[in-house]
Design a protein around this ligand. Structure first.
Ligand code: ATP
Length: 227
């Protein structure tokens, strides 16, 4: 289980996120929803070590990890691609593996790219990829090595229909293997499909935690934020 306790990152002027507490069980996707500026990206970035949490504790499977998820345990798909434009898809994947201290042979990296629908452009530089291809590659990098946790900020942005179907499949396989995911989306029906629980962020704080089968993310969103 992932436990985040009183995580906080506030910028000068008070904007940002926290204190926020949340849990994610093995095999679960916890959805994170909120209007623009609610603090989702700040929270995800800080949990994954892009900018520090100013306060809070992260615990994984009972082990205290300090204020961030270490790279070897966590795959991260940021909202905007941070892949180096001059690397090929395969090189970007190799770079990600090195950053996360994963020992993967070239063949395994190639197979991984194929599984994530990136085989057709494995030798193409990132700067020459379409938005959807770049997103697929970002997703492939996040799931590299089947990390204990994946943090996915708007994963469907830019994906075509095939990409969405592929994403659903790989996410389901990952969860079947006991993985856990934190995922934001502005498309509430997507969260209804894959999440058992959703947290609603408002001004950086958790305004509500919703069991999805009890009514869905959309109804909860309307109750908290109105129309
Ligand atoms: N580097 C920064 N310096 C100061 N304020 C910031 C900085 N980054 C974000 N903020 C502010 O912190 C708040 C949370 O921003 P954040 O990007 O985390 O929201 P978000 O929920 O991800 O929004 P969106 O849905 O638009 O991506 C906003 O008010 C934003 O203006």
């Amino acid at each position: 289980m992932l436990e985040v306790i009183d995580a906080q990152r506030r910028y000068r002027g008070g904007r940002g996120t926290g204190p926020v507490s949340l849990t994610v069980s093995a095999g679960e996707v916890l959805g994170v929803v909120g209007p623009n500026g609610a603090g989702k990206t700040t929270l995800f970035d800080a949990l994954c070590g892009v900018g520090d949490l100013h306060a809070g504790i992260v615990r994984l499977d009972g082990r205290e990890l300090g204020r961030r998820l270490p790279a070897e345990l966590c795959g991260f798909l940021p909202e905007q691609s941070r892949l180096f434009p001059q690397l090929t898809a395969l090189q970007a994947c190799r770079f990600e593996a090195a950053m996360r201290r994963l020992e993967m042979e070239e063949d395994a990296l190639g197979e991984h790219l194929t599984r994530f629908g990136c085989a057709g452009f494995r030798d193409t530089e990132v700067r020459r990829l379409s938005q959807g291809m770049t997103r697929r590659l970002g997703i492939a990098c996040a799931f590299l090595g089947a990390p204990r946790v994946v943090v996915l900020d708007e994963p469907l942005n830019g994906l075509d229909v095939e990409g969405v179907l592929l994403f659903r499949r790989v996410l389901a396989d990952y969860l079947d293997g006991g993985g856990m995911a934190l995922m934001s989306s502005h498309i509430l029906s997507v969260l209804d499909e894959v999440c058992e629980r959703v947290i609603l962020l408002k001004d950086g704080l958790v305004a509500a935690t919703v069991d999805v089968p009890a009514g869905g993310a959309e109804r909860a969103y309307l109750e908290v934020f109105g129309r």
